[in-house]
Design a protein around this ligand. Sequence first.
Ligand SMILES: [Fe+2]
Ligand SMILES: [Fe+2]
Length: 412
Amino acid sequence: MALSRRTLLAGAGTAAAAAAAGAAVYMVRRKEEQAAPGGPRVRLVVGADNSASRTVMWEGKKSAGLELRGPDGSVRTFEPVRAEHRSGETLFHLNEVRLEGLQPGGSYAYRIPGVLGDWTPFRTAGRGATTALLFPDSQSTDRYETWRQLYQEALRREPQADFTAHMGDLVDCGAWLEHWYDWFAAVKGGIERVPAAPVMGNHDTYDQNARIGMPENFLAAFAPPENGSADWQRWYYAFDSGPVRFLVVNTEWPESDSFRPGLLPEMKRWFREASKTSQPWKVVLMHRSAVANSIRGRKPRGPFSEAGRELMPLFDEAGVDLVVTAHLHTYRRRGHVRGFRRDASGPLYVVSGVAGNIRYNDFWIDSPLDEFVAPQPETDNYLVLRADASSLELASRLPDGSLIDRSVLRKA
Ligand SMILES: [Fe+2]
Ligand SMILES: [Fe+2]
């Protein structure tokens, strides 16, 4: 219990609270010699149009081009853009191929001679409907074994998923490579076929000493669609999948303002433009919850967090339908809110749950806005989002697929 409470302080607070709580002391680091670098960590990342684009990334100094086999059997070769990424003493050779102009609902396969020898299949999303798996915080102290089982089982149950979203705090400390090695080992077999949409969390920004720092490893790990920013590429972005525009918003300005100010105002300007779309649905994915919950034994807070106070007016203005968050390691449906009040015309707010083995049970005091809270103590869970032009369903599920909660939004 003591370990969990301290970890909570590191995970749930602001940068100052994390530092005050001495995050480094409580976060579990394996010895370097136990780290298994593995590699080359081939992964797919969502493109701006999930029906027509994908980014393939992998590690390796000398790799051949990527061969793509299309639905008609023809093969094209793409030379990767190469870059180096240094993390402590470790140098990574990164390769990246952005595939564009793909056929919606098309069956493709790719291979990378010397890296990924077998043809690995993937499918682009269709235009009319989409299915996505949304995974809450996967940060772990068990070498990501709990996370591995959840991710693999969810993909086995939803083999047609168009993408997986990772709602932030993918790892316990962003600077610790062994956590990334284990995270990527856990998703092996899935992430080569189903593209990932990463959302930055506060733990992804922690440095070698588990203090706030530039999230170099997170930024190197995933190349999501470009956002037009000179300073904040890969921090926030938008993409379409089926009838939904997904807006991936960054809530880590309390961290980043300490080393590079300006994330929030720039992102607000971007959001107003990126949220203009003819897509029927607009869904925001972000790490920190907009609604605040008080912690037992601590000063009350809420009803809204700083993230909520800053961003909810934008979501109202843009006509966002659904806001999915994470960070609290608990599944909570907040209901519809507009103008900081209960209002059926506002976006639906949902906190996604917990997907790693770090659980914050017995900490939260329910918010007056909580309409549904997952049965406590809470174990691992994930969300399945399905949308077509007229309905959007969000279901919270246990690893065995059984239902925790379900919301359905409809449009005329
Ligand atoms: Fe977390
Ligand atoms: Fe977090």
